[in-house]
Design a binder for this molecule. Structure first.
Ligand code: APR
Length: 230
């Protein structure tokens, strides 16, 4: 039975119209990471940060899953072995494409977090600075996003899955941000076959046993069909 771990990045949502980070005109071309994606930035100007994620939540709400999301949902439904879908993305296109078990290691736009009691609840479309926590009532709501310098979610679960994986597939990620960029090395160390499905070579392309270049909307359905032998 083949145990599969999949890691997706912004590239899988690009054909759904959601900006990536490091492509031409990407999010980091128009915003400074230190201003909108760090705890210090939130401390310095919480309204700038809350508005940044309100914009991204609105953009995600007007986008639709593409054939790559649909194909991964089909894989989840039909694959006989274990499958862990880890995404660095904070949009909910995997879920809206039919995937039921998605691990958002960098958090999610549709979740809000209390900076005081760590309670989580469904985020409103528009969050405001000082929103009260429904659990402890402190005015400490923040976007439930893992910022630079913070620990990604469920790393022990991810590492356990990588240690058991027969196959590790990275889709639409530039391999610039750790710990995610190090998953391929970990999977290969434990003997997994590794495949990169990307528009262009990532920063860690040399660590993959196999690479297929192209748009995720084409390469992912083709690869899933192979895995399901249909
Ligand atoms: N199909 C497949 N791959 C694509 C497509 C597409 N249609 N369009 C772009 N790509 C690829 C690009 O070639 C690039 O390698 O997707 C990758 C996007 O890279 P980034 O913008 O760096 O996004 P990502 O790798 O997900 O960033 C990782 O960085 O800023 C942090 O927390 C943020 O989760 C994010 C993390």
């Amino acid at each position: 039975m083949t145990n599969i771990v999949i890691l997706t990045g912004a590239g899988i949502s690009a054909e759904s119209g959601i900006s990536t980070f490091r492509d031409e005109g990407g999010l980091w071309a128009n915003h400074r990471i230190e201003d909108v994606a760090t705890p210090e930035g939130f401390e310095r100007d919480p309204k700038l940060v809350v508005d940044f994620y309100n914009e991204r939540r609105a953009q995600a709400a007007t986008s639709a899953p593409n054939p790559a999301h649909d194909a991964l949902a089909r894989l989840e439904a039909e694959h006989k072995g274990d499958l862990l879908l880890v995404t660095q993305n904070v949009d909910d296109l995997h879920e809206r494409g039919g995937s039921n078990h998605v691990l958002h290691m960098h958090g999610a736009l549709n979740s809000a977090l209390c900076a005081s009691c760590e309670h989580r609840w469904p985020a409103p479309m528009k969050m405001a600075v000082g929103d009260a926590c429904p659990n402890c009532a402190a005015p400490m709501a923040r976007p439930d996003i893992v910022w630079f310098g913070e620990m990604p979610y469920q790393m022990d679960r991810i590492e356990r899955a990588l240690a058991q994986a027969d196959l590790f597939v990275a889709i639409g990620t530039s391999g610039n941000v750790y710990p995610a960029a190090g998953f391929v090395q970990m999977a290969a160390h434990y003997g997994a076959h590794t495949i990169e499905l990307n528009l262009e070579p990532s920063a860690v392309v040399s660590q993959f046993a196999e690479t297929r270049f192209g748009k995720a909307g084409e390469t992912v359905p083709a690869w899933v069909a192979e895995v399901l032998e249909i």
